[in-house]
Design a protein around this ligand. Structure first.
Ligand code: ADP
Ligand code: MG
Length: 265
């Protein structure tokens, strides 16, 4: 049977609404007190793809993710996750915050951090059964951290902590994965481990969206890019969108011209 995708008035849905996107933002405006951070931002992130959010420091990248998750309250705008308002889809969204924003002194073992990702399954009594532990250990193994289950999270290196937080996100078995600078301050081995896991999520049909600051790896890592500097500058497939002109518009003179030429055509 063929599905009729026409709207009520018989016209095909215009491409711009794309309500079937797993993660879409419309008219998002955010202000901290009277200091505006985002102006009427529209964004549409595709399924089964890795998307990068790119822009200079202070461009509002972290704010975009936080507002999309309801952590920061927007002035206006609408977020749909998996075709539903945010509230109804939150348990299918996993978030790995910027590492610098996490308090690493809280006393918790690595395995406990990963078990937090299973809180929906653990229920209110939080009774951990053997199969929960198995699941948590499987997630730790996927990021190469299964040998560290009993260590205190605060005693790990930055890269190891980042892997544990990715394992927690994996335990959630989400459809949409939002990561804020997952490669910031990690060693090369961790970067490779993380990108491998993210690509396998993408290949399983998940939606992966990461704030990314290393322009040199954008083409290699990401299928889709979203360029932002308080407003949306451009979005689309990396090959078409990660261009010198778009980078200039995004960084407004904050990148040297030769640098831009080297990165994008
Ligand atoms: P990015 O992640 O792109 O570097 P942010 O989203 O962190 O940018 O910040 C965007 C702007 O909002 C910056 O000017 C920043 O100083 C400001 N900002 C971010 N968080 C807060 C906050 N909690 N209170 C006040 N201003 C903030
Ligand atoms: Mg940030």
């Amino acid at each position: 049977m063929e599905l009729d995708l026409a709207t009520d008035n018989g016209q095909p849905r215009p491409e711009t609404t794309r309500d079937d996107s797993p993660f879409a933002i419309r008219g998002l405006t955010v202000s901290y007190g009277d200091k505006p951070a985002l102006f009427s931002v529209d964004a549409t992130f595709p399924a089964a793809a890795m998307s990068a959010i790119i822009g200079p420091n202070g461009a509002g990248k972290s704010t975009l993710l936080k507002a999309a998750l309801g952590i920061v309250k927007p002035v206006s705008g609408r977020v749909t996750m998996l075709g539903q308002p945010l509230k109804r889809a939150l348990d299918r969204v996993a978030y790995v915050p910027q590492r610098a924003s996490v308090d690493w002194d809280f006393p918790a073992r690595v395995i406990d951090v990963v078990l937090m990702g299973l809180s929906r399954e653990l229920g209110l009594l939080r009774r951990v059964r053997p199969h929960h532990l198995d699941k948590a250990m499987t997630c730790l193994a996927r990021v190469g951290m299964d040998g560290f289950a009993d260590r205190q999270i605060g005693q790990l290196s930055g890269g190891q902590q980042q892997r544990v937080f990715l394992a927690r996100a994996l335990a959630q078995q989400a459809e949409v994965y939002l990561l804020d600078e997952p490669f910031a301050g990690v060693d090369a081995a961790t970067e490779k481990a993380i990108i491998g896991v993210l690509k396998s999520l993408r290949d399983d049909g998940k939606t992966v969206v990461a704030v990314h600051h290393d322009l040199a790896t954008v083409t290699e890592y990401f299928d889709h890019v979203f360029l932002i500097n308080q407003t949306r500058i451009a979005e689309g497939p990396t090959v078409e969108t990660f261009t010198a002109a778009n980078l200039q518009a995004t960084y407004r003179g904050r990148l040297a011209l030769q640098q831009i030429d080297r990165l994008a055509g």
